[in-house]
Design a protein around this ligand. Sequence first.
Ligand SMILES: [Mg+2]
Length: 221
Amino acid sequence: MLIIFDLDDTLIDTSGSLTPHLLERALKKMVDGGLQVKNFSTALYILKTLDKKTASSEETLKLFLAYTRADVKLLEIGLKEMNELPPQIQVKPIMGAIALLQELRKSHQLVLVTAGSVIFQKAKWENAGIDSKVFSKIAIATNGVKKIYYEQILREFHAKPAETIVIGDRVKKDLKPAKDLGCLTIHMKWGRGRLAEGTSGVIDYAISNLNEIQEILMRKL
Ligand SMILES: [Mg+2]
């Protein structure tokens, strides 16, 4: 089987171990840049609460700045903080991720397709202790759109879509394009992906523990 993994909130716990720190840093920088907040802790609480309901940190910051009637130029300052790994932060792998990748690579081809900036994505997987050598290929969709990468990978690996599994937390961004190509999909219910939107016909399997992938593979083979 060809198994294509997403990174954030699939192999690494971005929403749990990283996002809260980034939101705090973004808020601090925006305050330094002139954002007026009565109480920093309350503002941070609002920011974190908003972030649980939005599709991206950009949307969170936009909503927050609109809510506080702040200057929109602060968005750029905040967004810059959301896309850099602070040196003292430890990104945690999702439970079981490292061992699972080592195990799966013995009998499958593994590929990583992740959306974001090259430097930031690489910094996160390295920090979390994910060994990039387990992947036969790594593709970073800097524009956030994964379908073209899935197509390229299917061609490159001469893989049949029906024998290709795509695993990710985002139904629309990770799984819908994979399902459109005929791949099998596993929804990792983690982080933002817990709020599964428009799931009908897109998800073949849903898991909340990565080790369930082994059971799914066993049933497929
Ligand atoms: Mg993700």
